[in-house]
Structure formats: structure tokens, C-alpha cells
Design a protein around this ligand. Structure first.
Ligand SMILES: Cc1ncc(COP(=O)(O)O)c(C=O)c1O
Length: 342
């Protein structure tokens, strides 16, 4: 255990109110698998955040949400476009390919963000019976590189997707951070922009476990997803513990409060690092991640005290993640140690 970690927003614990909600859900006997009115009501409440026509399912992991979103709309001869840096490409051990049997078309990007211009050349090559057929564009909001799509960029991607008979999926493991960063609502960032499917993360932002999948005007996919959820082992029997967390997460505004702190700490860290001449901050942080190039020699020394990942070993670029419970003192301590070492 490290007393301070910039390794991942998963390294932080759960918010005390989330733990309290779980404790309260621990009383009495409940039907399993979400087959009580409580889960249906909270799923509706979460769906309502995404506007009219949204339906919600709860599941266990972010990988599960991505798999299920894509599996429910993909045939085995179809393809999904994603950025090279996408979690579905880099860090899901081929789960999407296994469950959808479809093809991932992986596109290099400078900043983790797809654009119609980057996707279009691939589509024009695919109008052929020998090729997997394009079906979904999957983007991460915020991206794995700490950047975000503006609402206009999402709208343009959705229009491009629909004009080409594709769907737009958001991997929203950090959607709350992006919503806070752009000071908009979940609805403005998704259905109002034309998004079709959203994996909504909660674990990284102060929950214990549990995620949501949102279908926007995709009723038949939402109906199929119930069965795919079971097949992909994402249906938890004691669903009440996910439901209770989600209700508190939304009702008490924990999603917002936590994301605000995580983003603010990343901004502060980037500002302070930018003042050290030997350090280069490579992306302006728009969510809770800071990417910076450090002098190679100091990285292992720092890692004895703080946990963080080397993002790109060829250029000594590290990823420093802030989370809902990162404190100013933690940022100050890291910056001071870097300052002393360079
Ligand atoms: C962008 C992104 N998507 C999805 C996930 C979900 O991962 P998990 O299956 O570990 O909950 C993560 C976790 O690191 C992530 O960073």
C-alpha cells in the first residue's frame, strides 16, 4: 500500500456516503438480481439523467459495460472504430473481440480523440463483401490521454456516424469528470449530441464497484442486453449493493463533488509541474489525468515513494492520476520531491 498514489483513480477508496449506503442496504431480505422495485426505480433515475428515450442497466465492471454495449449492437461480421489508446483496445484483453466476435479497427490519434477525418478513409475501403462492415464508433470521454471532446466534436462525430449508418458509443469510465470539466449535463453531453450508447463509470469516482450502461433510443439492443449481461457474467445476484451506491452517487451529488476535486487536483499538479524547467507537461489536463515527461533518472526514485505509471517509456512520459480524495498536500509533496530531484 502507498500512502499517496497517482497510479489510478481506482487506487482511491470509496466515498464514506457510498459505504453508508451499502451498509443501509445490508438490512433485511431482498430479491436477487435486481428483481425488486428498488433497482428498476434507480435504473430509471439514472436513465433520466440522459434524457428521453434512455434506458439503463447496472453491471459490475467498466470492461463489462463496454462489452455489453457493443455486443448488443454488433454482428460477428461488423466492426468497431476506436482510437489506438482506447481502453477497449489496450486494456480489455480482447474482451470486446471475444464477446462481439467483431473486428476492432484501431486508429492512431495525436491526443486520444477520433475525428470523422481520421475514420472516413477506413469506411470507404470497407464497402466490399470481403470486409467486416462498419457499425460502431467508440470514443472515450474523457480519453485515456486526459483530453475531452467538446460537445460540438461529439455532435459532429454522431452526425458522421449516423450518415454512415453507424452508432456512436461513449466509454464513459470518466464521464463525470468530462461533464464537470465542460460544466454541462449528462444529457447535453450524450443524447443531445446524438450519442447512442454510454458506458457510465462510477467506480473510479468514489464508488466501491458497479457501473451503468445507458441505451439511448436503442430499445431492441437494451432488451437483448439483459441476456448478454447474464452470459457475460456481469449480472450480480446481490444487485442491491450496486443500486444503493448508484442512488446515493446521484442523489447526493457525489459524482459531481468527486469529479470536481479530481479535476482541480490535476489542474493544480499540471500548473505546478509546468513551473519546473526540467519537466514537460505533454497534454493540458481537461479531466483528472496529468501526462508529463520527467528526467529518466528520477522516475524510479519517485516510484519508491509514490505509485504512478510510465505511460510512454520511449520518451519518459508518466501518467499521474488524481482522484476524488487527492489532496493539495499530496500534490505539493510530489512537486516538492520532483523539484528536489531534478
Ligand atoms: C477508459 C476506461 N474505460 C473503461 C475502464 C473500465 O475498467 P474496469 O473493467 O477495470 O472497470 C477503465 C479502467 O481503467 C478505463 O480507464
Amino acid at each position: 500500500m502507498h500512502s499517496i498514489s497517482f497510479g489510478s483513480d481506482n487506487h482511491s477508496g470509496a466515498h464514506p456516503l457510498i459505504l453508508k449506503a451499502v451498509e443501509e442496504a445490508n438490512n433485511g431480505y431482498w430479491h436477487g438480481y435486481g428483481e425488486e422495485e428498488y433497482t428498476a426505480r434507480v435504473q430509471d433515475k439514472v436513465a433520466a439523467l440522459f434524457g428521453k428515450g434512455a434506458k439503463c442497466l447496472f453491471l459490475m465492471t467498466g470492461t463489462g459495460a463496454n462489452v455489453l454495449a457493443l455486443q448488443s449492437v454488433i454482428k460477428s461480421y461488423e466492426a468497431i472504430f476506436c482510437a489506438e489508446t482506447a481502453h477497449i483496445n489496450m486494456h480489455e484483453a480482447g474482451a470486446v473481440q471475444k464477446f462481439t466476435q467483431g473486428r476492432l479497427i484501431v486508429i492512431p490519434t495525436p491526443d486520444g480523440k477520433l475525428t470523422p477525418g481520421l475514420i472516413a478513409p477506413h469506411i470507404s475501403l470497407m464497402a466490399d463483401q470481403h470486409m467486416s462492415q462498419p457499425r460502431v464508433i467508440s470514443i472515450s470521454q474523457g480519453t485515456e490521454y486526459g483530453t475531452i471532446y467538446s460537445l460540438q466534436e461529439i455532435k459532429v462525430l454522431a452526425e458522421f456516424a449516423h450518415a454512415n449508418r453507424l452508432l456512436l458509443h461513449i466509454d464513459g469510465a470518466r464521464l463525470a469528470n468530462a461533464v464537470v470539466s465542460l460544466d454541462c449535463s449528462f444529457e447535453e453531453m450524450t443524447s443531445a449530441c446524438g450519442v447512442d450508447l454510454v458506458s457510465l463509470g462510477a467506480t473510479k469516482n468514489g464508488c466501491l464497484f458497479g457501473e451503468a450502461l445507458i441505451f439511448i433510443n436503442q430499445d431492441s439492443a437494451a432488451a437483448d442486453a439483459v441476456y448478454y449481461r447474464k452470459q457475460s457474467t456481469q449480472l450480480i445476484s446481490k444487485m442491491r449493493y450496486v443500486t444503493a451506491q448508484m442512488e446515493t452517487y446521484i442523489d447526493e451529488g457525489i459524482w459531481k463533488q468527486n469529479a470536481k476535486n479530481a479535476n482541480a487536483m490535476a489542474r493544480l499538479l499540471a500548473e505546478k509541474l509546468s513551473e519546473i524547467p526540467a519537466v514537460t507537461v505533454t497534454q493540458t489536463p481537461q479531466i483528472n489525468a496529468v501526462f508529463a515527461i520527467l528526467p529518466a533518472g528520477i522516475i524510479p526514485i519517485l516510484q519508491e515513494k509514490y505509485h504512478f505509471y510510465l505511460w510512454n517509456e520511449h520518451r519518459n512520459e508518466v501518467r499521474l492520476m488524481c482522484s476524488w480524495n487527492t489532496r493539495t498536500e499530496f500534490v505539493d509533496a510530489l512537486v516538492e520531491d520532483i523539484g528536489k530531484l531534478v
